[in-house]
Design a protein. Structure first.
Length: 117
């Protein structure tokens, strides 16, 4: 099983980034996919989640209206489009896969997003 995040980097406040998470080794379309983040000195927090077929999404209040989660089950990939980035969005962003009926739970190694001028 692998979850490989990409797309992180340094961006100025107000800018945009698109994160990708490529999955392999499991039945991607049977998993709820989520993005979490962990800032220095803080606990990991849920940013956004999308159901297995992509019909429903959920966002942290802090990113609503700025971030969009999506998935392509044909490509086994989940995305996080991040717009209007703020310095407080600086964190390591992790991809998570949770079996839709519970149990199996996988994590990627993370990608660093730094929002700074």
């Amino acid at each position: 099983v692998q979850l490989v995040e990409s797309g992180g980097g340094l961006v100025q406040p107000g800018g945009s980034l698109r994160l990708s998470c490529a999955a392999s080794g499991f039945t991607f379309s049977s998993y709820v996919m989520s993005w979490y983040r962990q800032a220095p000195g803080k606990e990991r927090e849920l940013v956004a989640a999308i159901t297995s077929a992509g019909g429903s999404t959920n966002y942290a209040d802090s990113v609503k209206g700025r971030f969009t989660i999506s998935r392509d089950n044909a490509k086994n990939t989940v995305y996080l489009q991040m717009n209007s980035l703020k310095p407080e969005d600086t964190a390591v962003y992790y991809c998570n896969a949770l079996y839709q009926f519970g149990g199996m739970n996988y994590w990627g190694k993370g990608t660093l997003v730094t929002v700074s001028s």
